[in-house]
Ligand binder design. Structure first.
Ligand SMILES: CC(C)(COP(=O)([O-])OP(=O)([O-])OC[C@H]1O[C@@H](n2cnc3c(N)ncnc32)[C@H](O)[C@@H]1OP(=O)([O-])[O-])[C@@H](O)C(=O)NCCC(=O)NCCSC(=O)C[C@@](C)(O)CC(=O)[O-]
Ligand SMILES: NC(=O)C1=CN([C@@H]2O[C@H](COP(=O)(O)OP(=O)(O)OC[C@H]3O[C@@H](n4cnc5c(N)ncnc54)[C@H](O)[C@@H]3O)[C@@H](O)[C@H]2O)C=CC1
Length: 438
């Protein structure tokens, strides 16, 4: 209980840090030194980062890597990737290079509809509720005019607002189900602002609606919020080539490779334990580019996994087939992304990432990110069904192990030579380093 604190948010950054160090680290000055060593020397830049969130005490670095050779719809991209896990960038680069020699990736945006709901409770006659909504329907548009004016000029705005009866599942529960086109923004704030106006229309108009009984006039808005489930904001990424063209140094027998690869995908289609890991591999690529471009990875993760379970059972996001000697590997992903708004014009590294991608529209970014996911999945499945995942992954992870062991340059060299011909595991590296040190 001694760690409870009142008014913490009002303290200065320095005071907050002092409180943390005194309360949790017995005043250890090295902790403060370590925390402040991550402050940027450019004060204005540091202030910008401090103000992204609340109660900021320092910065938390993640590496930004790049994966070149992504041919997407015949255009070559170098993808920015922010991730903490070794081998992800290498795997993306590997798959990109491999497919660049086989026609590259194709991607298409299938739909761009975003969704939001006003959730409300109404105790009364359903027909009268329908009549009420029909009567006030135009106000959903007129009262949001000040919010939607500019979005409409860009070709977006509110697409539809409809009443949904959910009383089968929850007593007296209804929704306004609204759909939006938010163009190049993710649209969360735009949608929420519109929804709160819709809620205000319900609150103001219901008590005035003459056909409602006294109880019906007490229609109660519970909440108004966008949905991160966007099954109609969908992008497809795919690769295909003749089976024999898959031949490479790791794939000496393409027919055998394809058979195993498709089996691996089919297992993920029917077995949720495998599907979750399979999709995690896809999200390695998706999240890394989502983070680098300043998008909301929680929203993406929640929406993608809901989509993977949309038919009542969690399943693989990707699919593979051979037809008439052509291997095809593809995936549909729901991605609500922005290339404007949020952090996109504020965070210097996000600006860099978007410029590296040559300032994509939100639709282009949907295609790029879906391809990053498919490439990652291809690389992982290629390893899993050929060498096994540990060979490549541990090769990349070796640096982390050597850093943990504070290995010298000479030790690093000896380790690298040794593990060119020996199986690489964490304990094998520790044993080998201990051996050369003793
Ligand atoms: C790791 C590799 C790429 C090695 O693959 P390799 O064949 O040993 O690579 P290479 O040394 O022959 O190089 C070929 C190309 O790979 C890339 N590459 C190669 N090394 C690097 C590097 N250091 N830095 C950057 N790029 C690299 C790069 O594109 C390079 O071309 P180059 O640049 O020389 O023209 C391969 O084994 C691989 O793709 N493995 C899969 C790794 C993976 O999927 N990691 C994700 C983490 S594991 C996980 O979380 C997901 C999982 C597996 O559980 C999902 C699932 O179960 O489905
Ligand atoms: N459940 C969720 O996912 C929630 C997410 N958020 C956060 O909201 C933020 C994203 O909201 P946004 O409304 O996208 O950002 P935002 O609030 O920065 O607004 C973007 C604005 O940019 C303007 N704009 C300029 N050019 C445009 C173009 N070409 N296309 C579209 N709009 C253009 C529009 O006025 C638009 O409303 C993210 O930071 C997200 O984390 C906030 C609430 C809930």
């Amino acid at each position: 209980m001694t760690h409870l604190v009142n008014g913490f948010s009002k303290l200065s950054k320095e005071e907050k840090l002092n409180w943390i160090v005194t309360t949790y680290f017995k005043g250890d000055t090295s902790v403060k030194k370590s925390i402040t060593s991550y402050w940027n020397t450019d004060k204005a830049l540091q202030k910008l980062h401090d103000e992204f969130i609340e109660n900021t005490i320092t910065n938390f670095y993640l590496p930004l890597g790049v994966a070149p050779n992504f041919v997407i719809n015949d255009k070559v991209y170098t993808l920015p990737m922010v991730i903490e896990e070794s081998s992800v960038v290498a795997a993306a680069s590997n798959a990109a290079k491999y497919w660049s020699a086989r026609g590259g990736f194709k991607a298409t945006v299938r739909s761009t509809e975003k969704i939001g709901n006003v959730h409300f409770i109404y105790k009364g006659d359903k027909k009268r509720l329908q009549q009420f909504i029909a009567t006030v329907h135009s106000k959903f548009y007129s009262q949001t005019e000040h919010i939607t004016r500019n979005m409409k000029k860009r070709g977006g705005g509110i697409l539809a607002v409809e009443l949904i009866d959910k009383t089968d599942e929850l007593e007296n529960y209804y929704q306004l189900h609204a759909t939006f086109d938010t163009k190049d923004s993710m649209g969360a704030n735009f949608i929420n602002s519109c929804l709160e106006e819709f809620a205000a229309v319900l609150r103001t108009e219901a008590p005035l609606y003459e056909l409602f009984t006294k109880e019906e006039k007490q229609l109660q808005v519970v909440m108004a919020i966008l949905s991160n489930y966007v099954p109609n904001c969908l992008v497809r990424a795919e690769v295909s080539c003749k089976v024999e063209d898959l031949k490479s140094k790791e794939i000496p027998d393409p027919v055998y490779f394809v058979e195993k690869f498709i089996q691996a995908v089919k297992i993920a289609e029917i077995e949720p334990y495998r599907a979750v890991t399979h999709n995690k591999g896809i999200m390695n690529g998706v999240d890394a580019v989502v983070l680098a471009t300043g998008n909301d990875f929680r929203a993406i993760e929640a929406g993608v996994h809901a989509f993977a379970a949309k038919d009542g059972k969690y399943t693989s996001l990707s699919h593979a087939e051979v037809e008439d000697g052509i291997f095809r590997f593809w995936m549909d992903l729901p991605l609500a992304l922005g290339t404007v708004g949020g952090l996109t014009s504020l965070h210097p590294m996000v600006k860099f990432a978007l410029e590296l991608l040559e300032k994509p529209t939100a639709n282009e970014l949907m295609m790029i990110i879906a391809v990053a996911g498919l490439a990652q999945n291809f690389a992982a499945l290629k390893s899993l069904t050929t060498t096994g995942i540990q060979q490549g992954h541990m090769k990349m992870h070796l640096m982390n192990i050597l850093n943990q062991l504070k290995a010298t340059d000479e030790e690093r060299l000896r380790v690298q030579v040794h593990f060119e011909t020996n199986t690489l595991t964490h304990s094998a590296v520790v044993d080998f380093v201990e051996k050369i040190r003793s």
